[in-house]
Design a protein around this ligand. Structure first.
Ligand SMILES: Nc1ncnc2c1ncn2[C@@H]1O[C@H](COP(=O)(O)OP(=O)(O)O)[C@@H](O)[C@H]1O
Ligand SMILES: [Mg+2]
Length: 371
C-alpha cells in the first residue's frame, strides 16, 4: 500500500496544506523543531493507534485552536481509500471512506504501518510491558479481532481485581471467584496462543535481518516467556488448562495482595543475542540493531499476512546508524513506501522532502540528479 496525499488542518505546527509523497523512500529533512516528528506521528494515527510519543489527543491540536483534522488518501486493497481523523474535546474520531465511525479501534487494520522512533529503543531493556505492547500492537494490525479479545481480557481482569479487593471485607464472595478464574483463563489462553504463534512467525525474519545488520557475525532469537508453563506446541485448550491451574493455585496470594498476580498480563518476550539474554547483556549498538531487526521483521510479517506491504515510518533513527547499516536498511526497504526523518540530508537515495516551520516542500529526487 502507499499514501497518495495527506491533508492537515490545525494539526500541531503543520501548515494547513496538502502533502503528496512519493511511492518509494521519502527523506524528510529539516532542522530541529520544524515538524518532522509531527508529520510522522500524524501518519501513524491513521493506523488507529495512539501517538507513539504518548501525547494526549488534545495535544495534537494546534495551540489556541479547538479542533484539528487530518485526512489521508491511500491505495490499499486494490483501491483508493480515505481516512479522516477529527480531533476535538481530547478525543479522536475517524471517518473511513466517507463513513463516520465511533471509535478509532474500528479502523485498525485498514491503514497499516510500522513505526520506529527513539521511543522504541527501550524495547530491549525496559520492562515487559513494552515488549507485550509491541506484540499486541503488531497482532492488532494483522487481526483486528485480536483487539477485542485484549479489551475483553482487561475487563475480566479489572472485575476480578475489584472482587479480590472486596473479599477481605466480604469473605462470602470468595465462592464467586471461580467464574472469574475461568473467564480469565479462557480469554488469556486466546491471547497467549496468538502471541506465541506470532513470535514463531516473527523469529525467522528477525533472525535474518539481525544477521544482515551485524554482517552475519551475530545471532538473534526470540521466545515467549510465561510463568504457567505454556509452550509453543500447545493448543488454546491446553494453554487454558495450565493457565487456569496457575490462577487457581495463586488465589490465596491474590486475595492477600488485592490483585491478580499471575497471567498473560505479566508475560514477556525473551530476546537473545548469541544465546545471551539481550535485556541483561546487549550493548547500545546491539539494542539498536535488535530493535531495527524486530521492526523490519514486523513489517515483513504484516506484509505477508495482509498480502500488502505496510508503510514504514522511521523517525530519527538514520543518523544513529553507521553508513553500512543505513545502506542495509535502505536496500531492504527499497520496494516499500518509507518515510525517514533526518536533520541533514545524509541519505544516499530517496525523494527529499524539506520541512521548515511546519511547511512541507517537495524537492528534486536525490537518486535522479539533474545532468
Ligand atoms: N499542538 C501544537 N501546536 C502548535 N505547535 C506545536 C504543537 N505541538 C508541538 N508543536 C511545535 O512543533 C515543533 C516540534 O515539532 P517536531 O515535529 O517534534 O520537531 P522535529 O522536526 O524536531 O521532529 C515545536 O516547535 C513545537 O512547539
Ligand atoms: Mg523529531
Amino acid at each position: 500500500m502507499y499514501i497518495k496525499s495527506i491533508q492537515f488542518e490545525n494539526y500541531r505546527n503543520l501548515k494547513n496544506d496538502i502533502f503528496f509523497p512519493q511511492k518509494g523512500i521519502n527523506v524528510i529533512c529539516g532542522d530541529n523543531a520544524q515538524g518532522k516528528t509531527n508529520l510522522i506521528e500524524c501518519m501513524w494515527l491513521f493506523t488507529g493507534g495512539r501517538s507513539f510519543r504518548g501525547a494526549k489527543d488534545r495535544e495534537l491540536i494546534r495551540f489556541e485552536e479547538d479542533t484539528a483534522s487530518a485526512e489521508v488518501c491511500f491505495f490499499a486493497g486494490e483501491r483508493e481509500q480515505t481516512i479522516k481523523i477529527n480531533i476535538q474535546n481530547n478525543r479522536r474520531t475517524p471517518i473511513l471512506n466517507g463513513v463516520p465511525k465511533s471509535y478509532m479501534s474500528q479502523i485498525i487494520g485498514v491503514f497499516c504501518a510500522v513505526i520506529f522512533s527513539p521511543n522504541h529503543l527501550g524495547l530491549i531493556k525496559n520492562g515487559p510491558e513494552e515488549r507485550r505492547n509491541f506484540i499486541d500492537g503488531a497482532l492488532c494490525q494483522i487481526k483486528p479481532s485480536y483487539a477485542s479479545v485484549l479489551t475483553k481480557y482487561r475487563r475480566v481482569l479489572n472485575e476480578r481485581n475489584a472482587l479480590l479487593k472486596d473479599i477481605p471485607r466480604h469473605p462470602e464472595l470468595e465462592d464467586t471467584l471461580d467464574v472469574w478464574n475461568e473467564k480469565l483463563a479462557e480469554e488469556g489462553a486466546k491471547i497467549a496462543f496468538e502471541r506465541m504463534k506470532y513470535l514463531r512467525k516473527l523469529s525467522v525474519p528477525a533472525k535474518d535481518f539481525y544477521s544482515g545488520i551485524s554482517s552475519g557475525r551475530e545471532n538473534l532469537s526470540l521466545s515467549y516467556k510465561n510463568a504457567y508453563y505454556a509452550d509453543e506446541n500447545m493448543n488454546c485448550m491446553e494453554i487454558k488448562e495450565t493457565l487456569l491451574e496457575k490462577i487457581t493455585r495463586r488465589q490465596t496470594d491474590d486475595i492477600y495482595c488485592g490483585y491478580t498476580t499471575g497471567g498473560i498480563h505479566r508475560d514477556d518476550m525473551t530476546i537473545r543475542i548469541n544465546n545471551r539474554d539481550a535485556k541483561s547483556f546487549a550493548s547500545q549498538g546491539q539494542q539498536r540493531s535488535a530493535v531495527l531487526a524486530l521492526k523490519l521483521a514486523e513489517a515483513r510479517v504484516l506484509g505477508q499476512e495482509k498480502k500488502e506491504n505496510p508503510i514504514i515510518l522511521l523517525d530519527d533513527v538514520l543518523s544513529e546508524l553507521d553508513l553500512s547499516r543505513q545502506n542495509y536498511l535502505l536496500t531492504k526497504l527499497n520496494s516499500l513506501q518509507v518515510f525517514i526523518t533526518c536533520c541533514e540530508s545524509s541519505a544516499e537515495a530517496g525523494h527529499i522532502v524539506t520541512i521548515s516551520s511546519g511547511t512541507i516542500q517537495n524537492s528534486s529526487r536525490r537518486d535522479n540528479p539533474p545532468p
